[in-house]
Design a protein around this ligand. Structure first.
Ligand SMILES: Nc1nc2c(c(=O)[nH]1)N[C@H]1C(S)=C(S)[C@@H](COP(=O)(O)O)O[C@H]1N2
Ligand SMILES: [Mo]
Length: 253
C-alpha cells in the first residue's frame, strides 16, 4: 500500500462519507431514540450500526464469467522470515494454524484438516482502499466452523488474525467482531480460483470477510486468537493499518 497516491485515498474517503451520508438518512429515525444513540460511538460506530441495519445480508456473489483475468497482489507478497520460507519450501505440509485465546479447546490445524471441514466457495469482488477492485473465487471452511470446533468462549468479542509478514518492524494483524466472524461468507480461504492459494495472495490461508475493504482480508494467517478486547495488542486499534495510518477498524462496504 505504500507509495500509492494519497489523493486516491482522500477521494475514496470522500466517497465513503457520501455513502454513510445516504445511510444516515435511513438511520435518522433510530438515531432520535436515546437508547439507540447511546450505543453509537462516533462515526465509525454509526457506520457499523447503519450498515448492519440497512444491509445486513450477503455481499454480492458473481458468476464464473465475471472473474477478473488478472487479480493483482497487494501489500506483502512474500513474508521474509526464515520460518515462513521453510514452510513455503515444503508447500506448507508442516504448517499448522493455531487457534487459541478464549477458546475451550485450542487447535492446531493442518491444511488437510482445513480441507476436511465443510467448504464454502464464493466469487466476490475485492475492493482495495487504494481504488482498485478484482473479482475472484475463494474457497475454504467458514470461520464459524473453526470457532465452533475450538469451543469459543462466551466472553470472547473479537477474533484476531496474526500473520507471518512483518512490515517496518510491525507484524501484520487484523481483527473482526463476532458478527463478521460468524457471517456465512467469512471463510479462511485455502483455494483461489480453484487452485492452492498462491503465496502472493496469502498462502497457505487468508481471511475473506466479504463486506469489508481489502486490508481486513488478512493474508498468511498463522494464528487465530479469540479475545475480549483489542487493548494491549500492538497499537491497540485492532489492525496493522489501523495502528499505522488510522484506517477505520470497521471497513464495511
Ligand atoms: N498479511 C497481510 N495481509 C494483507 C496485506 C498485507 O500486506 N499483509 N495487505 C492487505 C491489503 S491492503 C489488500 S488490498 C489485500 C490484497 O490481497 P491480494 O494480495 O490477494 O490482492 O490483502 C490485505 N491483507
Ligand atoms: Mo488494500
Amino acid at each position: 500500500m505504500t507509495g500509492q497516491p494519497i489523493d486516491r485515498r482522500k477521494l475514496l474517503g470522500g466517497l465513503t462519507l457520501g455513502a454513510s451520508g445516504l445511510l444516515l438518512t435511513g438511520c435518522d429515525k433510530l438515531n432520535a431514540n436515546p437508547s439507540f444513540r447511546s450505543i453509537l460511538t462516533g462515526a465509525e460506530g454509526l457506520h457499523r450500526r447503519c450498515q448492519r441495519l440497512v444491509a445486513p445480508g450477503l455481499a454480492r456473489e458473481y458468476a464464473a464469467s465475471d472473474m477478473s483475468p488478472f487479480f493483482r497482489t497487494n501489500g506483502s507478497r512474500m513474508p521474509a522470515s526464515p520460518e515462513y520460507r521453510a514452510l513455503a519450501a515444503a508447500r506448507f505440509a508442516d504448517w499448522k494454524l493455531v487457534v487459541d485465546g478464549m477458546v475451550a479447546r485450542p487447535l492446531a490445524l493442518s491444511l488437510h484438516d482445513l480441507g476436511a471441514l465443510p467448504q464454502r466457495a464464493q466469487i466476490t469482488r475485492h475492493d482495495c482502499v487504494e481504488g482498485w477492485s478484482a473479482i475472484g473465487k475463494w474457497q475454504g471452511p467458514q470461520l464459524a466452523a473453526i470457532l465452533r470446533a475450538a469451543g469459543l468462549s462466551s466472553r470472547a468479542r473479537y477474533i484476531v488474525f496474526h500473520c507471518a509478514d512483518v512490515e517496518g518492524g510491525k507484524p501484520y494483524y487484523e481483527s473482526i467482531d463476532l458478527d463478521d466472524a460468524f457471517h456465512p461468507q467469512t471463510i479462511l480461504a485455502v483455494l483461489m480460483n480453484d487452485h492452492a492459494l498462491p503465496i502472493g495472495h496469502g498462502a497457505p490461508a487468508r481471511l475473506r470477510v466479504e463486506r469489508h475493504l481489502g486490508y481486513k482480508h488478512a493474508k498468511f494467517v498463522m494464528r487465530i486468537e479469540a479475545r475480549d478486547g483489542l487493548d494491549n495488542l500492538y497499537g491497540g486499534k485492532g489492525g496493522y493499518w489501523e495502528d499505522r495510518a488510522d484506517y477505520a477498524w470497521y471497513a464495511g462496504i
